[in-house]
Design a protein. Structure first.
Length: 639
């Protein structure tokens, strides 16, 4: 049809290519024959890569449809038809069909392989008072007809028709499992039967409350409140109603600063100080000269920094015009650690080494770039941890962005309810699995006179719960979340361990987990509320309501047309601002089409080399790749 002829045929010396008849055919056609070297498939890389793509495409179609391997031929034809109808990176926006035939193909007829269809019967095929349609499954596209090819499981016959109603999300031969597809008979579609339904979100048994240790009889023995250092801490600690002994909170350091007067919470009643014990977080103390953070009153905010540049230290945060917001974030974080029982004050045992700690301040922004809230965290310097002493295993899975995109696509197609929750201080919920000591963070200090045998320089914090920065932090949080979700009734899928599914009766919930962000997709809004209430009994949840953004990605939903659009306007604006392209004009081809880079384009002189180093090319490519990974909206620009 194209008028072109084959000049050279390269094969892998398969038996089908080595016959005398085949050699004679090639000689008559004027085709040159070449063979690849044994076990060297890269010499025929284009054909080998296509073979792999076809094989993976067949496997995907058969797994999705639930049909057995006997349908491999129809699956191959179906996949190849879709291949020539869709664009690829090498020729976008054109398709192979467009280039070969010189005209556009109507892709509206593309439908999933093996999906449920209702094929209309013609008048001479309809029995009296019988149904006018039969249930079939789509198996391909016929070459000589304008329509689709179907298979009738009742008569075991193939049907070609153009009068059909598709149910693209229903696959009759697939078992109702997201974790895998089992083998099924082609003759009789399996009947979906539900086992005895699991009790939906049954209340969990109350946690085991360990008896409290007796209070110390003397102020000179604060270590009696701590567990024995060689023994691991209990799995579930009771809620600590009292502040741990010997730490003076940030409030006692900040409440006498004249600039911050009136910005701090209301003081609680004063409590009597006990030497060698921790001061309460609400203790009202007179100003002293040994405060942990020196406040430079004489400067009067002379070195204020812009809110766009986040402070690197606590002292740096106090010099800013928005210091009240950073102080409030730091006080909230300290209060969270106290209520959570993250640590306990102790003397560093002989032979042990405490790892460092520091503050990290961040401004959390909405997808449009506006400020959402100020956040402060105490981070352990996990880079100084030693494997085998401070940690063992560190692996923790995270849901892939492809899985998140797939859940959003399912929610759009099936019109599912979408809500988002954020687990506040997620890493603080995991139970520590090693004996770890950290240095007292900036802004906290030990108060009171030391008891006999105590050294002020050896006061440290022993971790009882997880903390941001430690190597095993993500892992122990993932294990904790997994135990909670499975106790509620969720099961994680085999294809992605951080995508959890609950299915009972007519209720279905899909929850992809991205660190501490949970996206809940369900066909029942009441089921989502029950899941959130269950999670709130274990974690401190920040409910964000119906999903409008996730991971900084703006989500625009059109329920009428069942579509979801993803965008990152704030991140795109920040990229344009960083590279001085705010006022640039858009272009479909940001560089000359077909241009190839070569070594001759490298700078020749030291001046050109120095000028080239000023171009942040690597940074720009990294940001564009990140943007393409999250939204997939700049593939043309990346090329």
């Amino acid at each position: 049809m194209s008028g072109c002829r084959i000049g050279t045929l390269r094969d892998d010396k398969g038996a089908e290519y080595m016959s005398g008849a085949f050699d004679e055919f090639l000689a008559k056609a004027g085709i040159r024959c070449e063979h690849t070297i044994r076990d060297t498939p890269q010499q025929n890389r284009v054909a080998e890569r296509m073979n792999r793509s076809i094989s993976e495409g067949i496997t995907t179609l058969l797994s999705q449809s639930g049909l057995s391997c006997t349908w491999w031929e129809d699956a191959t034809t179906h996949w190849l038809y879709g291949k020539i109808c869709l664009p690829c990176l090498a020729m976008a926006p054109l398709t192979p069909y467009d280039l070969f035939y010189g005209q556009k193909l109507d892709v509206s007829m593309l439908c999933p392989f093996g999906c449920l269809t209702y094929v209309h019967l013609q008048k001479d095929q309809c029995p009296a008072l019988g149904s006018h349609a039969i249930q079939c499954v789509l198996i391909g596209y016929p070459t000589c007809y304008k329509g689709w090819k179907f298979w009738d499981p009742n008569t075991h016959k193939e049907i070609v028709s153009d009068g059909v109603v598709f149910h693209e999300s229903v696959f009759p031969f697939r078992k109702p499992l997201l974790s895998g597809i089992g083998s099924s008979s082609d003759c009789d579609p399996p009947v979906c039967t539900l086992a005895s339904p699991l009790p939906f979100l049954d209340p969990l048994p109350p946690p085991l409350v360990l008896p409290r240790a007796p209070p110390p009889t003397s102020a000179a023995a604060p270590l009696l409140l701590l567990p024995s250092p060689p023994q691991p801490p209990p799995a579930d600690l009771p809620e600590r109603l009292r502040t741990p002994p010997a730490i003076k909170s940030l409030m006692s350091n900040f409440q006498h600063h004249p600039v911050l007067e009136g910005l701090l919470p209301q003081k609680w009643p004063t409590r009597v100080r006990v030497p060698g014990a921790l001061a309460k977080a609400n203790t009202v103390a007179a100003p002293s000269d040994d405060i942990a953070i020196p406040l430079v009153d004489a400067v009067k905010f002379a070195f204020l920094m812009s809110v766009a540049l986040e402070p690197r230290t606590l002292a740096d945060a106090l010099k800013r015009a928005d210091a009240d917001k950073w102080v409030a974030a730091a006080l909230a974080k300290i209060d969270t650690h106290i209520r959570n029982g993250t640590w306990v004050l102790t003397q560093l045992p002989p032979g042990r080494r405490a790892i460092g700690s520091h503050w990290v301040f961040k401004v959390k922004r909405l997808p449009d770039g506006s400020v959402d809230k100020y956040k402060g965290r105490i981070i352990a310097q996990g880079f100084s941890q030693v494997q085998g002493i401070h940690y063992n295993e560190v692996f923790a899975p995270t849901a892939r962005m492809a899985a998140v995109h797939m859940v959003l696509a399912i929610a759009a197609m099936e019109d599912l309810e979408l809500e988002t929750v954020d687990v506040s201080t997620a890493f603080l919920n995991g139970n520590i699995d090693a004996e770890i000591y950290i240095k007292i963070p900036e802004g906290l200090e030990v108060e009171g006179k030391p008891s006999p045998g105590e050294d002020l320089k050896r006061w440290v914090l022993q971790l009882l719960k997880g903390l941001y920065g430690i190597k095993q932090g993500p892992r122990i949080w993932s294990l904790k979340l997994h135990s909670v979700l499975t106790s509620i009734g969720f099961r994680r899928t085999d294809c992605d361990y951080l995508v959890y599914v609950y299915h009972c009766g007519g209720v279905r919930i899909i929850v992809p987990v991205y660190i501490d962000d949970l996206l809940l997709a369900s066909n029942s809004i009441s089921a989502i509320q029950k899941v959130k209430s269950k999670l709130a009994s274990h974690f401190d949840l920040h409910e964000l309501g119906p999903t409008t953004s996730i991971l900084g990605i703006k989500i625009d939903r059109d329920c009428a047309n069942r579509t979801i659009s993803l965008s990152q306007p704030g991140y795109v604006d920040s990229i344009l601002s960083d590279f001085s392209m705010t006022n640039c004009n858009p272009s479909a081809t940001p560089m000359d089409k077909g241009q190839k880079l070569s070594i001759q384009m490298l700078p020749d002189t030291p001046e050109e080399t120095a000028d080239m180093k000023k171009v942040p090319y690597q940074e720009l490519i990294g940001k564009l790749l990140y943007l393409a990974c999250l939204c997939g909206g700049c593939s043309v620009l990346l090329r």
